[in-house]
Write a protein that binds this ligand. Structure first.
Ligand SMILES: NC(=O)c1ccc[n+]([C@@H]2O[C@H](COP(=O)([O-])OP(=O)(O)OC[C@H]3O[C@@H](n4cnc5c(N)ncnc54)[C@H](OP(=O)(O)O)[C@@H]3O)[C@@H](O)[C@H]2O)c1
Length: 206
């Protein structure tokens, strides 16, 4: 079965996925509120965090679409370390998650179907394991910047959705730098425009 590999990211107009000085105490980096605050208002996101309320709008539908379509997730250790406490005992993924790291750690089984497996043998291994776990759904390369750049560089991402928020950071973790992209021609699949973000979806051409 062919599994589609996606990356679905919130990005500032000047191309940042996070602000500068990311740390455990500063998970999104300095000034990152415009990147993430809008997601936290959405009903679909709140549902997955075990919260009630939130706005049911087009943005919320797009986040729900991502949750429904994703059968396994790959992320970097920094995204994991900075998200761990926030996600709590019942993380929003509800799928197997493969964490790229140089620091081995036993797998974790959380409530609600999320498992975290720490992968120390590189991006191809993590992706192969995620594909095997995803069933008939997508594998999402969830972040952060370093991780998505490596998969873009290896030409392993099939679809890229960017939620462009109307904000400039000036400094921070940029998505489009680092390795030369392994695939560079895209076709536009969809544009959804809302006051919160411009949601751009592309498919890489082979
Ligand atoms: N805007 C968005 O949609 C979005 C989405 C996700 C995350 N983020 C943000 O992105 C930031 C984190 O991004 P980041 O670029 O700093 O880090 P990252 O990609 O989350 O993680 C990088 C770390 O993962 C491990 N790693 C990565 N590639 C590896 C490989 N090939 N082999 C072994 N280990 C590997 C290394 O950790 P060790 O060497 O320590 O093991 C590396 O330091 C956070 O601020 C988060 O909030 C934003």
């Amino acid at each position: 079965m062919t599994v589609t590999v996606t990356a679905d990211l919130a990005i500032t107009l000047d191309g940042c996925l996070a602000g500068p000085d990311v740390s455990l105490d500063n998970p999104g980096g300095d000034g990152a509120e415009p990147l993430f605050d809008w997601i936290h208002t959405l009903a679909s996101w709140r549902e997955r965090q075990g919260m009630t309320g939130g706005v049911e709008n087009r943005d919320s539908e797009l986040i729900r679409e991502w949750f429904d379509a994703t059968g396994a997730v790959v992320m970097g250790r920094t995204m994991y370390d900075t998200g761990e406490e926030f996600w709590g005992d019942n993380p929003p993924f509800r799928t197997p998650v493969f964490v790229l790291t140089h620091r081995p750690r036993p797998a974790l089984v959380k409530e609600g179907g999320t498992t975290f497996t720490f992968v120390t043998d590189g991006i191809h291994s993590a992706l192969a394991r995620a594909k095997a776990a995803a069933g008939d759904r997508n594998v999402d390369i969830a972040g952060g910047a370093s991780t998505v750049r490596q998969y873009l560089g290896a030409g392993l991402i099939d679809e890229l959705q960017l939620h462009v928020v109307p904000a400039l950071l000036g400094d921070g973790l940029r998505l489009f730098e680092g390795p030369r992209p392994g695939r560079n021609a895209l076709e536009q699949v969809r544009v959804v425009e809302t006051p919160l973000a411009t949601h751009l979806k592309y498919r890489f051409l082979r």
